[in-house]
Every structure is written in C-alpha cells, then in structure tokens.
Design a protein around this ligand. Structure first.
Ligand code: CU
Ligand code: CU
Length: 467
C-alpha cells in the first residue's frame, strides 16, 4: 500500500514535468527564456514572490468528536478542531507563513498539502511526528479555491477521517462584491457500531467506497434546517471544494442555472450557462448565479445514490434576507460557509482577532464577588440594524446578558474589557454571566462590517450599593 502511494506521487510529479514543458514555451511569449517570466503576470497567475501580505496560518492537528448527522458522533481527525478545517482566504501575491502543530493524542503523524502552493513535496509535505511542529512559507500565485489536506499514508484514511479544508485565493484586488458561501463536499465511512457512543472511521469501507454519509461542510443535511440565504437577482458566489476522498460531486442547484462556472475558481476559466458541473476529489469550482424569483432552491450532488446520504441543502431566496457581508474573514468558520471568523485553534495575521477571550471562570454560588445582590439579567436582541437596547445601565453586580438573534444571519455580542463574547447562530440565542465592575464599556458585534452597520452600543455599570 505504501509503495502504491509513493508510486502515485511519482506519477503526479512526472505529469507536472510534462505539463511544464508544454506550458513553458506558451508563457515565455516572443522573448524566450523563462527568467523573463519571473516579473510577469498572466491573467491566470503571477510569477515570483508577489508583493502582498504575510498571512500567518497556524493549524493544530487534533482528534476530537464531531456530530456529523443526528445522533451520530464521529471521531474526526482535524486541522484546527473541526471537519472541514477552517476556511482560509488570502489574495494572489500573499505569502502564507504556515505552521503545523501536531497535537495528536492518538500518536499519529500528520502532514499538510496545500493544492494552492508550489513547494517541494519532499521538504514541506512530509509527516510531522506527534508533539512536533513544522513551518514553511509559500506564495499564493494562482487564484481559485483549493483543497488542503493531510498527506500521511494511507492518505485515504487521514482524509476520510476529516483532515481537509478549503483555501480561497482571491485574484489581486479581490473580486466584485457578491454573497459568498464556501461548500466543502466529503464522505464519511463510520464503522457499523459505535464504541462508547462514538463511531470510528472504517478503513475497509473507505477502500470499498461504501460511504454512510456524503455531506457539505462536515454535517449531513445541515442546510436543510438552516438554509443558505440570498436576495432575488443578487450575485451568489459559491466556492465548492470536493475533499472526497473518492466520490465526484456533480454539483447542481435545483431550479437554477449557473451564469458562470469557473473550474478551480480561477477567473480566467469561464463556462457559461451550465446546469451541473463535476467537481472531482481534490478539485474545486466557483459558481456565480443569480436567482430571479423568491423561493427555496436545493443544492445537491446530482449523483442521486449519494444525495440522500446527506448531500443536500437549500438556498432560500427572499427579499427580506439581510444584506450580504461586505467582507469575508481570513480564517473562517466552515459550518456557516465561511461567513464568520473561527473560534477554533487557528490564528490569522498575527493578530488576536481570530481568538476568543477565555470565558470567565465559573464563580459558582456563594462566591464573595456578587456583593450580596441578586444577579441581574439583561435581555438584548441583536440584528444588523443594531442592538436593542443600545444603551444599557446596570448596578455593579453579576450580570447575565441574554441575547436573542432576531434574524437569519450570525452575530455576536462582544465586550472586550469584560471578556464577554456570546456567539449567536442565525436566529439563535445565548447568554453569559459576568461580574460587572463600575465603568463604561462598548459592546459590539465583532463580525467584520457589522459594527459599522450599527451593531454597537454602550454599557454603563454604576457603583453598587454594597460599596
Ligand atoms: Cu493526518
Ligand atoms: Cu492533494
């Protein structure tokens, strides 16, 4: 098996060499010599190192349990604690300073393979032992949507158990505004019976291509209950990446056609008016479509033996849907289609914007910190137009913020200085209790663009009677 894998890689390398001998003369134009190409830019790629940002991407390889279907807990192997791994978004010309921390508790080696990168496999895509870390830099030269994954043999096992994610490389200067979602297709092959309530991946079923689930973004049918949303006639941009490991996704939206399909997401590849497009394992595509009429539009793999295994979701088209986000984060949550910054173990850009303040310690009952006053509950509703109320006044004491999200768009409620961060799913709710010290605090939604849209307010904590 190991020899087969190495052989397969050798074939891939050979094809790459053949490819280069064809591409070379075409790229060098009339002036010959590939050196002149180093500063050149083609409409489908750049050469050289680019002059973009340095983006720090740190992924921890971990094993954890994820609910992949109702009542089905699966022992996933992950980058960053989720399957799929976080969505990464950069631009052509950016340098990705990548670090893999292998925190495997099963004693497994893991590695990385970025399909968006040009970098030597024998140096940078090698197994990293448990407890070890490995870093390297690569330059994003091709725009598109690409797979990244673990390549430790048997690769089938590591991918099928969840070690993959999507990286979007936008062209220089970005793309025209659109309502974007990232959809990663993949299969799960659990054993027939769980162990202590958790299903392990079954390598024999993986080899036999006998999937139990075929899903978008790691959870079967999740967008039936919580549809993706869009407005009539706006441009919807779907970045679809198929992690496989084995099945092709025949991507189709019922009741719609694709205005433009961009194989692998490169803006130079354009196909018009398609109904269905095959996204192979290890490949991607970007779809742009406009849907004129309000209604529900299911998206599926049109390989119907697999559709019913979890590979169906819905786009709800309605004029009442909130405006599309103005920007999308560098490191994003895979489950909401790449809309919000992730709260996992991944950090972007060397800043701490991708991490969440540690939740306050549970102060329990009878702690000496509540000044004898009963906890106060403050009800706040959240919407893009703003929080209601936007001015809150409380006395110094334990305060429970009880948030309700009134619309089908994720939000959060953040007070940096009090360590408050309440994540709100679409139409969801949440609460957090903190010891509020006297002072004036800003609260806001930390999802990019939402504070500017009006999601900001002021909390005033007055000195308590106990003082
Ligand atoms: Cu691995
Ligand atoms: Cu690959």
């Amino acid at each position: 098996m190991r020899r087969f894998v190495i052989g397969a890689v050798a074939i891939e390398v050979a094809l790459l060499i053949v490819g280069l001998t064809w591409i070379g003369p075409m790229n060098s134009g009339g002036d010959g010599g590939s050196d002149t190409a180093t500063a050149a830019t083609q409409d489908f790629r750049i050469y050289g190192d680019g002059d973009g940002d340095v983006v720090n991407v740190v992924l921890d390889a971990t094993e954890t349990v994820q609910t992949i279907a109702p009542d089905v807990d699966y022992h996933v192997w992950t980058f960053g604690g989720t399957t799929p791994a976080p969505v990464i978004r950069v631009q052509v010309g950016d340098t990705i300073h990548f670090t893999l921390n292998n925190k495997s508790e099963l004693g497994l080696s893991h590695s990385i393979d970025f399909h968006a990168a040009q970098t030597p496999w024998d140096k940078n895509y090698q197994p990293v032992a448990p407890g070890e870390s490995f870093s390297f830099d690569w330059v994003a030269r091709f725009p598109g949507v690409f797979m990244y994954h673990c390549g430790v043999p048997p690769v089938l096992h590591h991918i099928a158990n969840g070690m993959y994610g999507a990286i979007i490389v936008e062209p220089e200067g970005g793309l025209p505004p659109a309502r974007e979602y990232v959809l990663t297709s993949s299969e799960f092959y659990p054993a027939r019976r769980p162990v202590d309530g958790v299903f392990e991946g079954d390598l024999a079923r993986m080899e036999a291509v006998d999937p139990e689930y075929v899903v978008f973004n790691g959870v079967g049918n999740q967008y039936l209950d919580a549809p993706l949303e869009a407005r009539p006639d706006e441009t919807i941009r779907l970045w679809v990446m198929n992690a496989g490991p084995t099945l092709t996704n025949a991507f189709h939206v019922i009741g719609a056609l694709f205005d433009r399909t961009y194989p692998d997401g490169n803006p130079a590849n354009i196909l018009y008016g398609l109904q269905t497009y095959n996204v192979a394992p290890g490949a991607g595509a970007m779809f742009e479509l406009q849907i004129p009429d309000e209604g529900m539009y299911p998206f599926v793999t049109h390989s119907f033996a697999y559709t019913g295994l979890g590979s169906v979701g819905v786009i709800k088209v309605s004029a009442d849907v909130p405006e599309a986000p103005a920007t999308y984060p560098t490191i994003a949550d895979p489950f909401d289609g790449g809309l919000t910054e992730t709260t996992g173990t991944v950090k972007a850009g060397g800043s701490d914007t991708g991490t969440v303040a540690a939740p306050p310690e549970d102060e329990g009952g009878g702690g000496g910190m509540n000044h004898g006053a009963a906890p106060e509950t403050v009800e706040v509703s959240a919407a893009l137009a703003g929080f209601d109320p936007s001015e809150i006044e409380v006395k110094e004491r334990e305060v429970t913020f009880n948030l309700t999200n009134t619309e089908a768009l994720p939000h959060d409620f953040t007070i940096d200085d009090l360590g408050v961060k309440i994540k709100l799913d679409a139409n969801g709710s949440g609460e957090q209790t903190v010891e509020a010290k006297p002072g004036t605090y800003e609260f806001y939604c930390s999802i990019p663009g939402h504070k500017d849209a009006g999601m900001v307010g002021t909390l005033t904590v007055l000195p308590g009677a106990g003082h």
